[in-house]
Structures are given as C-alpha cells and as structure tokens.
Design a protein around this ligand. Structure first.
Ligand code: AMP
Ligand code: MG
Length: 357
C-alpha cells in the first residue's frame, strides 16, 4: 500500500510513502531486508519501538539525517538519538563506554533507555546538533532490532511525529503526520510503553536524568544511587536558559486542544473539574484516571494507573483533536514509577497549565 499527501510544508518534496504491514511475531526477512536497504541508501523509514514510533535514517549519512529534520519540521538544534541493535555496536560512535554506562546497559538494554556519552568523530554534528556528546539507545522491539540489523548502520531516529505534536504510538498516528513526507512506514502494531525512553547523561561525574521515561527513576537509582533529575523536567525553560537537553526548550506533545492538568487526590480533582466544566463555552473533553462521569462532550478513560496512563496518553490526546474538542481537563495523581514520565509529558502538553488541588 502507498499513501500520498500534499506535504509541501517546510519545503518537503512530495513522496509516495510505502506502508508495510509487519507481523511482530513473524517478521518477513525479505521485507525487512528491503526496508533496511532503503535506510542504508539514504531513505527515511518510520518503525515501531517499545516506546513510540521512530523516524529512522542512516546516522552516518548527513543528507539523510537532515531530511529527518525537514520531514518533522524539527529545529536543527535539537539532537537525535542514535539506535543500535547491540551494545557491542556502540563503541565506534562514542569515545568510551564508561563503567556507569556499562552497568546501565547490562541492566536495562535492550529497552527504553538512552544514554548520553562523549561522541567519536564518526558521529557528525548534524546528528548531535553541534554537541560533543551523542545519545545512544538499544531498542528491544523485534521489528526495530531486525530493521537496524538489516540496515547494517546505526539509525538516527527521533519520534515519528510532526514536531510539537503528541508522539505516535500507532502506525495510524505516523500515517496522519508523515504520509507523503518519508519513504516508508512500518505498520507493526501498538507501542507497549507509550512514552519515550529515559534519557540519562553519563558524560559528566554525576548521572543526570534529562528526560524521565520507560525506565523509572527508582530503577535507575537501584543501579546508580547518586543519579539526579534535571530541573527542567517539570518546568518551562526561560529565554535566558540553555538546558542540557535541547528538546526541553520546545513546545512538545501538544494537541490542538487547550489542555489543563488538574492534579491531586482523584476525588478532589473530580470536584474541581466538575466546577470548571460549568464555565466553559467550547467543546469540552476530560481525560480520566479510571471510569468517571462528567458533563463534557468527550470523556476518555486513560487507564487505571500511571503505567496505563503512559501507554495511552498520546493516543488519547490525538483522539480529542480528532473529535474537535477545544478544551481538555486531564485528571492526574502523582505516584512513583511511571508517574514522573506521565507528569513530564502532561505538563508539556498543557504548556505547564496545572491546577493543584
Ligand atoms: P526524541 O528524538 O523526540 O525522542 O527526543 C530526544 C531527546 O533527547 C530530545 O529532547 C533531545 O534534546 C535529547 N538529546 C538527544 N541527544 C542529546 C545530547 N547529546 N545531549 C542532550 N540531550 C540530547
Ligand atoms: Mg519527540
């Protein structure tokens, strides 16, 4: 199947995009070999990972990497994560895999973990947006693994959404955003984790978590007890600040609807949202934690706990837009574990509009 859409935003050339259905439990090796060839020869392929769908290019091909930025409309100062099939393959891309990185990779890879290390000369500054460090990750999704192996090169891949939009966790989301802008999209089912990888900077003395994600803070601390969390995770970056994670500067994960997070004990949150709904004029939506009744145009249950919230959040945010909802109130109650990753994505999708009750 192919799809074609007028993709003339940001001067992206209109392409016919192949959509390739792949069965995760029975991967067709000829099909993956062809997709790997598209990557190794400079094309762009979107593929599922255990976190979200990625938009891949050969990390050693500057032209292909630049096309990622064009296809997404991504600011060129926001670096990309480079994906490998195996820890052993990372050594060419970095100056050294230090002891802390070895420990983390041994414990959590393949999986939703990204480590920042000093880069080698083989990785160009187009990938790292001018930084001397590179973000590396080994995804566990079997389709991602097979594709990277078939390409024979490291794969630079951000999330496969238009910059600023909620990340894609189904192939439909990728088709909605990327049709006509890239060479191929692998339809490989829904993503398990639903939020992106945990990004941890190990290029300095103290391990710093720059983005919470699929591996929790508590899991990281069980291996590196002195790990700290970057202050920009839960607040906006002011104009005079330079965050360590350039992506933190930008509007992120935002649907067209105007989102407000209401955070606290769920019973208090529900009373507050009920009173807020009375004052709205546009089409209203509520994202609930478990079942709840509201007088709103669309009520979507995002799941019973923060693990389910993480898995469904981006999909639900997109559903509000598909239903032309103007204003969304998001129930949220913090806990350990996945709570931090959900809170980070939610706060950003709401532009930090948060009501604490
Ligand atoms: P995405 O590509 O959408 O998954 O986002 C990747 C995130 O990792 C962005 O927020 C980037 O700014 C961040 N990142 C990638 N490489 C580096 C690096 N070398 N140093 C700091 N942050 C990085
Ligand atoms: Mg992204």
């Amino acid at each position: 199947m192919v799809c074609l859409k007028n993709a003339n935003i940001n001067k992206v050339i209109i392409l016919e995009t192949k959509i390739v259905k792949t069965d995760i439990s029975n991967i067709d090796s000829n099909q993956i070999a062809e997709l790997g060839r598209i990557l190794s020869t400079g094309g762009l392929v979107a593929f599922p990972t255990e976190t979200v769908y990625g938009l891949g290019a050969n990390a050693y091909d500057d032209n292909a990497v630049q096309n990622i930025f064009k296809a997404k409309g991504r600011p060129s100062d926001n670096p990309l994560i480079v994906h490998f099939a195996d820890v052993g393959d990372i050594k060419d891309a970095v100056l050294e895999i230090n002891e802390k990185a070895k420990l983390l990779f041994d414990t959590f890879s393949p999986g939703p973990l990204t480590v920042i290390l000093k880069k080698s000369e083989k990785i160009s500054k187009t990938v790292t947006a001018g930084l001397d460090t590179v973000a590396v990750r080994i995804p566990s999704n079997p389709i991602a693994q097979a594709l990277i192996k078939a390409s024979g090169v490291p794969i630079a891949a951000p999330s496969a959404n238009l910059s600023g939009k909620p990340s894609p966790t189904t192939s439909k989301h990728v088709i909605d955003d990327m049709c006509g802008r890239i060479d191929a999209i692998i339809d490989g089912g829904n993503c398990e984790v639903g939020v992106e990888s945990t990004v941890i900077d190990l290029s300095g003395e103290i391990p710093v978590i720059l983005r919470p994600g699929g591996i929790t803070y508590e899991q990281i601390c069980s291996v590196l007890p002195n790990a700290v969390i970057d202050k920009h995770i839960l607040k906006s970056v002011s104009a005079d600040e330079i965050p360590k994670c350039p992506g933190m500067k930008y509007k992120h994960y935002a649907p067209d609807a105007d989102v407000t997070v209401v955070e606290g004990k769920i019973c208090d949150v529900r009373n507050k949202i009920t009173s807020l709904l009375y004052r709205q004029t546009g089409r209203t939506g509520v994202m609930t934690v478990g079942n709840a009744e509201y007088k709103a145009d669309l009520v979507i249950n995002v799941g019973e706990d923060n693990k389910a919230y993480a898995k469904n959040l981006f999909k639900v945010l997109r559903e509000f837009d598909e239903n032309n909802i103007d204003v969304v109130f998001a129930e949220f109650s913090y806990d350990d574990g996945y709570g931090l990753a959900v809170k980070n994505r939610l706060y950003k999708s709401a532009g930090n509009k948060v009501i604490l009750v």
